[in-house]
Write a protein that binds this ligand. Sequence first.
Ligand code: AMP
Length: 420
Amino acid sequence: MRSRAVKGTYDVLPESTPAWRRLRSTTETVLGRAGVREIVPPIFEYSEIFDKSVGPSADLVVQKEMYRFEDRGGRSLTLRPEFTAGVLRAYVEHGMHTRPTPVKLWSFGPAFRAENVQRGRFRQFHQINCELLGAPGPLVDAEAIALLHDLLQALGLPDLVVALGSVGDPEDREAYNAYLREALEPREHELSDTSRERLRLNPMRVLDSKDEGDQRLVADLDTPLDRLGDAARAHLDGVAAFLDAWGIAYELAPSLVRGLDYYRRTAFEIHAQGIGAQSALAGGGRYDGLVESLGGPPTPGIGWALGVERVLDALQEAGAAPAADAGPAVFLVPMDAVAVGEAAALARRLRTDVHVEHAYTERKPGKGLRDADRAGARYAALRGAREREAGVWTLKHLASGDQREIPEAAMSAAVLEVPA
Ligand code: AMP
């Protein structure tokens, strides 16, 4: 049988890594300029870190989605399904709350969820994650949203839509969940299986259902925004006012909720037009209380996570993906056996300045030039007995066909030249 990658994972081929690298480097620039610093937490954590952070009534779905195993000492470990819990565990473990606030942290790496695989939904995927810790007010929420927006815009994504909502304070959330239970329990039999389970565990999440029947049932009900307490309402208005002032377009999303128990007040997502049902490029929210549940001091926080694969798809769709890697400045073509070693030695020297490739066996000139062309080289440089005698290489500019003889010592300067 031919070997294949595990279902729901994929290989990022060399053609796609330029886009991948640009996403990372743009993140470094945009977030770095705002004082967000990179943190690299481990990929697996003790399972209790995730159990503490998802909360008792979090979706069973979330629990079931985790890849969990025992190590040889019998301790339960989990491959991270998201970054927040691990980043906050590190924040607490290293006493980072003593640093000037807000403490701003970003990360990049794989995350794992045992999900039903479909377009835009994988079992191993990658996230860029950002957390702003220690500031309670709406200004930092607006900054989190603005950073995400600016990052996606810097990448060249047009038509970004920020969906802004609020799940309220814990007491608002509790009251709203009670309201939903009262409204939906009599009609429970009309709900989808998932929503029936959610109604029991975390009723708000019924609003997230993609099932049309469920959507019809909740369409006439009050939304979390209709039932915000005064403090949460003022907070949301504050966030909106900053976004207005900064010219960041958003739509209020009255039914936007987040799956985990720890979220409160601000919730947001960013969607791109035209990449189908899985159009959420990123999502986030405020999670005051989470640091405390991981054993740290009371610390407000807000964060987001962006789906790397979905952003790369959206860039492709928008025609904004970067070009493939450039080919070598020069491709060396040895035309006899002695020149094979000479080409390898010259390549090593030139590589202190430029990208150089060469053929590994002797080539006829026509074949060597074709190799150079396929490699995407700017120049081909040929070497045979005649060139050896004269101490030169025959340098051919592939686009124009211009050809010159260049002394070996002048090759570096010659191939760095970009003819008009
Ligand atoms: P979440 O942590 O669920 O809020 O997800 C944040 C972002 O990660 C989403 O908006 C998606 O872009 C991405 N994402 C989440 N789950 C997956 C998955 N299974 N496969 C690919 N991307 C995902």
